[in-house]
Design a protein around this ligand. Structure first.
Ligand SMILES: [Mg+2]
Length: 196
């Protein structure tokens, strides 16, 4: 008997999908570098060192902060995201968080998910390109991600997975046909995914 038969799995990225990490970066930049006129719309690259409005010294400071669990503790959650995971659980979906955050951020990430009321089955710290290796055989899966390069890669190796691109200023210029663009997790109707 195939254990995967009938399994339904929602894979969710964290930063830029359920965590408003872009806003946390902007709040930090405003506070620490006194750049009052920046907004999340100015984050046109997800790789921070490529942002032209940051000096190399500022980039260095930010990268250090990104290594510190405290930064992640204070990230605001996306509106409605936790509530949507609870709804999916009720509908029989497994919810698995997959993040490219490094292993030393595991504890703070787990704490943050619980504190904000997310319903989930597991948290996987993984390289971005290995995110959906658990979706196999007869499992029905979808993935929500904000990085187009990750989605593009997964579309090549796992064409059976339904892909959603979480709309962010750093992916907006792309016309990405492999994934459905969404502005909120609540836009995903698990029913629709099921009937694919
Ligand atoms: Mg992300």
């Amino acid at each position: 008997m195939n254990q995967n038969k009938g399994r339904k799995i929602a894979y969710l990225d964290i930063d830029g999908v359920v965590a408003n990490t872009g806003q946390a970066v902007i709040d930090l930049v405003k506070k620490e570098f006194h750049k009052s006129d920046v907004s999340i719309e100015d984050i046109k690259e997800y790789e921070i060192p490529k942002l032209p409005w940051l000096t190399s010294k500022e980039v260095e400071t930010l990268l250090l902060r990104f290594n510190d669990p405290e930064f992640y503790y204070f990230i605001p959650p996306m509106p409605q995201a936790a509530q949507t995971t609870r709804l999916w659980k009720q509908k029989g979906w497994q919810v698995i968080f997959v993040t490219a955050r490094p292993p030393h951020l595991y504890e703070v990430t787990l704490y943050w998910l619980r504190r904000h009321g997310f319903a989930f089955d597991s948290l996987i710290m993984s390289s971005p390109f290995d995110k959906v290796n658990h979706c196999q055989n007869h499992a029905l899966c979808f993935l929500v991600e904000d990085r187009p390069d990750v989605l593009f890669h997964i579309a090549q190796i796992k064409p059976q997975i339904k892909l959603f691109l979480y709309d962010q200023p750093w992916n907006r210029t792309l016309n990405f046909s492999l994934a459905t663009r969404i502005k909120s997790l609540a836009e995903i109707e698990a029913h629709t995914v099921e009937q694919k």
